[in-house]
Design a protein around this ligand. Structure first.
Ligand SMILES: CC(C)(COP(=O)(O)OP(=O)(O)OC[C@H]1O[C@@H](n2cnc3c(N)ncnc32)[C@H](O)[C@@H]1OP(=O)(O)O)[C@@H](O)C(=O)NCCC(=O)NCCS
Length: 170
């Protein structure tokens, strides 16, 4: 009886968790801010920051949505494009959805969209000690092209190195 209930619950969870990858509309700015607050960044971006970003034509924002009506934002990625290059400004998967492959799948979806916009190179910066993010980028084929010492300033007054990475989309 208990096993059957458990199986039913698992099935329900899987059904509700089938992720959908799509552009983030302006009306989801508050959801983006909520997710960004879970990113562990020094300066969280507000709902207003995201509204302004999403209204900017140089910004490409994609999200991964879950839940029965696909209304729960599990994570997002935002890039800025200029000519034929793009830079990842931020990527966050909400804590409870991490390590399920959402980050990799969202990045692949985003990269395909950038390719369709004729972007040939994608750049990003990542803190040297951010091992989950570095694992994600390495898995996606990004290469280290440089570093910026003392780039990040932390709450405790210390600084951290930024690693600059690039991936060709051609
Ligand atoms: C970085 C982040 C987006 C990864 O998202 P995710 O959905 O958990 O990533 P995935 O499940 O797709 O995993 C991608 C790869 O990274 C690895 N990885 C993920 N989390 C990891 C962790 N905590 N430690 C080590 N490796 C990790 C996975 O093992 C996987 O590699 P594999 O396929 O070879 O096993 C997520 O941890 C996050 O939102 N972090 C906070 C915000 C942040 O740091 N953003 C990046 C700023 S540059």
């Amino acid at each position: 009886m208990f096993e059957r209930l458990l199986g039913w619950l698992r099935g329900l969870f899987r059904k509700n968790s089938t992720p959908v990858f799509r552009s983030v509309p302006v009306k989801d700015a508050a959801k983006l801010a909520e997710a960004h607050a879970e990113g562990g960044f020094m300066a969280p971006w507000s709902s207003g920051d995201f509204e302004a970003m999403l209204a900017d034509r140089s910004i490409v924002a994609d999200g991964v949505y879950v839940g029965r009506s696909g209304g729960t934002l599990a994570g997002f990625v935002v890039s800025r494009v200029a000519a034929d290059v793009a830079e990842i400004l931020s990527i966050v998967i909400r804590k409870r959805f991490r390590k399920s492959g959402f980050g990799s799948r969202l990045m692949r979806f985003h990269q395909q969209k950038l390719v369709s916009r004729r972007i040939v190179s994608l750049f990003l910066e990542v803190e040297e000690g951010n091992m989950p993010a570095r694992a994600l980028y390495q898995r996606l084929g990004f290469e280290r092209i440089g570093q910026r010492d003392a780039y990040y300033h932390k709450a405790d007054g210390s600084t951290a190195t930024a690693i600059v990475m690039k991936r060709s989309l051609q």
